[in-house]
Structures are given as C-alpha cells and as structure tokens.
Design a protein around this ligand. Structure first.
Ligand code: NAD
Length: 256
C-alpha cells in the first residue's frame, strides 16, 4: 500500500495525469493535483477523489511552462514521495513552418518542467530516504514521427534526463523511470482527430484505425487506467530496483 506517501502529479485534471492520480489514490497515496487553471471544478475534483478513495487530496495551481512555478508547486506541496511529471502539450507542423513560440512552449512544459520539479523534489526524497520519480514520456521519447519535432525532441530529452536522475539517486532509495505510452485516447489525442480527418480526407473511425493505430500493432488504444497501473507498480516495492529505464505501453509500436 502507498498509505502515508504523497504523490504530486503535474497536469492531472484530465487524461493520463488524472488516470494516474486515481490509481495512486486507490493504492492509498495522498495526492497533489495540478494544472495551470484555478477553477471551481479543479478544487471540486480534488474533493471528489478524496471522498472516493479516503485519502487527502489538494489541488495546487501552477503553470508548468514557468520554471519558478514548477519549483513552487513542490514547495507548496511540502512533501513529495512520488513525483509524476505528466503535464504535456503537442503541436504538429513541418520544421520550416514550426511556430517558434510553440517550439519553446513544448520544450518548456514537456521537458524543462521535469528538471525544475525534480530539482525541487529530490531534497525532500533524500530526507525521507525514499522516492519515486515517474516521468510520462512517450513512444516519441524512443522513436520519431514527422511533423512532431518539438514533441519528439522534448520527450527524447525527458528520457535522457530520467537516466541522469536515476544515476544521481542510485543507492538512496529513490528511483527514476519513464513510462512511454503509445496512443491513449485522451483530450490531447481527441484534439488531433479533426485535423487528421481533414488532412487524409477520412472519417473518424478510419483516422483512428489507419492513421493513429497504424503504428500500434495491437490495434487498440492503451487506457489511462493501464498507465496508472504501471505508475503504481513502479511506486511499489517490486519497483525498488527498476531505475533509469523506460516502460513502453504502446501495443508493440516500438517493436516494429
Ligand atoms: P491531456 O491534454 O488530456 O492532459 C494534459 C494535462 O496537462 C492537462 O491536465 C492539462 O491541464 C495539463 N497542462 C497543460 N499545460 C499545462 C501547464 N502549462 N501547466 C500545468 N499543466 C498543464 O493530455 P494527455 O494525453 O493526458 O497527456 C498527458 C501526458 O502524457 C503528456 O506529457 C503527453 O505528452 C503524454 N502522452 C500522451 C499520449 C496519448 O496518446 N495521449 C501518448 C504518449 C504520451
């Protein structure tokens, strides 16, 4: 059980982050939820998860595109036994047309935030003599697709940084690993479907099967519950000697 542990999950009001939060809470962990908004529904979500799982849940607003806010998130959390770097965004464009501000934003949120939160969390983990850093990278942290330059660069960088974190923490009860999902049907993926329908002149089902899941030999999306289950496994004692590595949850994508 993860009772008595506090998990901080960045970008956890929807999609994979929320799925991971749910599974960690089910395993007994207290939670700090995060996003860049400060809406009533953000705080309501925290209350809902607390009631559902009988754990303490706080919502802390912090914009993961800003280094100082990443560090403040950990400071405000006060304790951080399990750090899940999940916040991420996507933009699809050819290199010559890639908007510079989109490039900078993707590198900031998908890569730099992991550096800032980790730097702030490691002293807390070292003090506790126990810690888990779980970075949500991607199949695109291990392989590439055209038109996803910033995302692929950020995710490869995040995988590299995961290995460095593992080495700097080895022998201290702290592990660092990256989960590399293929396609998971979340708002992020949902938002790419209309563009792909237009681009390929296909209907929704065909885009899902022929464009998206074409890379995923299993022919199925992974679910947020499954990604959450891997996070619980990494946080468990079974994961104590798993460090500096990646776990692919991609239906065979990276085996191709
Ligand atoms: P999502 O859009 O559903 O969720 C992203 C979350 O990040 C949201 O809660 C959003 O509020 C938050 N976020 C965005 N910008 C933020 C900011 N500036 N500060 C704080 N929070 C911010 O996306 P998702 O599909 O659940 O993606 C979660 C992570 O998983 C991302 O890092 C993504 O790259 C990765 N991933 C997703 C897939 C997939 O198929 N969905 C595959 C591989 C990896």
């Amino acid at each position: 059980s993860l009772k008595g542990k506090t998990a901080v999950i960045t970008g956890s009001t929807s999609g994979i982050g929320l799925g991971i939060a749910e599974e960690l809470a089910r395993a007994g962990a207290d939670l700090v939820l995060n996003s860049f908004t400060d809406k009533d529904e953000d705080h309501a979500l925290a209350k809902e998860l607390a009631q559902k799982h009988g754990v303490a849940v706080r919502y802390i607003q912090a914009d993961m595109s800003k280094g100082d806010e990443c560090r403040k998130l950990i400071e405000k959390a006060g304790s951080c036994d399990i750090l899940v770097n999940n916040a991420g965004i996507q933009h699809v464009a050819a290199i010559e047309e890639f908007p510079v501000d989109s490039w900078d934003r993707i590198i900031a949120i998908n890569l730099n935030s992991t550096f800032h939160t980790t730097a702030a969390a490691l002293p807390l983990m070292r003090k506790a003599g126990w810690g888990r850093v779980i970075n949500i990278a991607s199949a695109h942290g291990l392989t590439a697709s055209p038109y996803k330059g910033a995302y692929v660069a950020a995710k490869h960088g995040q995988v590299g940084f995961t290995k460095v974190t593992a080495l700097e923490c080895a022998g201290q009860g702290i592990t660092a690993n990256a989960i590399c999902p293929g396609y998971v049907l979340t708002p992020m993926v949902e938002s790419q479907i209309p563009d792909q329908m237009k681009k390929h002149n296909m209907d929704r089902e065909t885009v899902i099967k022929k464009v998206m899941l074409d890379r995923q030999p299993s022919g199925d999306f992974a679910t947020v519950e499954q990604i959450g289950g891997i996070a619980v496994f990494l946080a468990s004692n079974a994961g104590a000697q798993i460090t500096g590595t990646t776990i692919s949850v991609d239906g065979g994508w990276t085996a191709l």
